[in-house]
Design a protein around this ligand. Structure first.
Ligand SMILES: NC(=O)c1ccc[n+]([C@@H]2O[C@H](COP(=O)([O-])OP(=O)(O)OC[C@H]3O[C@@H](n4cnc5c(N)ncnc54)[C@H](OP(=O)(O)O)[C@@H]3O)[C@@H](O)[C@H]2O)c1
Length: 318
């Protein structure tokens, strides 16, 4: 099994000089200091998927709402830029679902236009109240949307029909239509049920909500995932964006530079990545400058246990 790496470039994740320049400009526009030079020198941190040892970059990208064409309309140029910068900066894990109001179709189209659809780690979901046939239809639809014969990770969304769709995903894995399978949740009242499924079923990944604002997963779910050798995808890392509201008007504390943190986005993401059970975090953004900011969380040091406690105390005192 592979080990965590904050060096060693993941395959295909090279950043060309022009990309670095553009990313630097993006950072400058976003008013960031510090990590600019790192882009040129340092690849994204990776962690191994426990079930295979395959290394994946720790900062991924979510797509609910941001890539949807149903709520508020899609800024396609900005999204194209977000996806391009994500790939160019070494990001790989892209999370979507057939029920994200068109986000899977929009992201699949943009990824194919950019020619990165095979390079990205395509994570999607079976998200239906229907039976086996409905699940299979979504599996087919997802592969069509991204122009892929094989999905990298397919997950049963919010445990819905988990007893029906996990077996479907196991068959799909055996048939080579998906490489990894898992389940997702994003609500604390569902954590007990998630724990029960995680304890009894074999899977490669569990996706769950965990952030400075919602730390409950650290009590039982994260230790159980570690014990079971299951990778963890963290969703809602900014608590759906609410964490930025809590710190509005403040700069990050000076001591955040001890773990190479230069913005609130990085503060929130590095807190999560500092937990050893976490494989990848999937912040969502439709803003290229925020994307560049967030990718900075995959560079440099991470907070240790003592520093993470300090982050919690700081956040709780706000
Ligand atoms: N049950 C499930 O399976 C489940 C449930 C929830 C979420 N998810 C997955 O997890 C992903 C992430 O969760 P989420 O989308 O709910 O919320 P989130 O990532 O916690 O927050 C997204 C919000 O943060 C803002 N933001 C992002 N980066 C920022 C930065 N650097 N500075 C300031 N603001 C920033 C975004 O606005 P801008 O666009 O302006 O940047 C957006 O409003 C989803 O997209 C989805 O893929 C899965």
């Amino acid at each position: 099994m592979g080990a965590e790496s904050s060096g060693g470039r993941p395959s295909g994740a090279g950043i060309g000089r022009r990309e670095v320049l553009k990313l630097g400009v993006g950072l400058a526009l976003a008013g960031h200091r510090g990590p600019r030079a790192l882009w040129a020198q340092e690849p994204q941190r990776t962690r191994p998927i426990p079930s295979s040892g395959e290394a994946v970059p720790v900062v991924g990208l979510g797509s609910a709402r941001t890539f949807s064409d149903r709520w508020g309309g899609v800024e396609t140029d900005a999204l194209r830029q977000v996806l391009r910068l994500f790939h160019a900066s070494g990001g790989r894990v892209f999370d979507t679902a057939p029920t994200y109001g068109g986000a899977e179709t929009v992201s699949g189209r943009l990824a194919q236009e950019l020619g990165v659809h095979r390079d990205l780690f395509f994570a999607t979901k079976i998200s239906t109240g229907g039976g086996v046939e409905a699940g299979l239809a979504q599996d087919r639809g997802s592969r069509e949307a991204w122009g892929r014969d094989r999905i990298d990770l397919n997950q049963v969304h919010n445990l819905r029909g988990v007893d029906i769709h996990l077996p479907t995903l196991r068959d799909a894995k055996a048939a080579g239509r998906v490489r990894y399978i898992g389940i997702t949740t994003s609500r604390i009242p569902q954590h007990d049920a998630t724990e029960a499924v995680l304890a009894r079923e074999e899977m490669d990944f569990v996706q769950l909500n965990y952030s400075l604002g919602e730390r409950q997963a650290a009590e039982r779910l994260l230790p159980l995932a570690q014990e079971r050798g299951v990778g963890v995808v963290v969703n809602e890392p900014f608590n759906g964006g609410r964490l930025f509201g809590a710190v509005r008007g403040r700069g990050v504390p000076d001591w955040a530079s001890e773990f190479d943190c230069h913005s609130w986005g990085q503060f929130f993401l590095k807190y999560i990545l500092g937990h050893p059970a976490v494989t990848v975090v999937i912040p969502a953004t439709g803003d290229p400058e925020h994307l560049v900011d967030n990718m900075g969380a995959g560079l440099g040091a991470l907070p240790d246990q003592g520093q993470r406690r300090r982050m919690e105390e700081y956040f709780d005192a706000l």
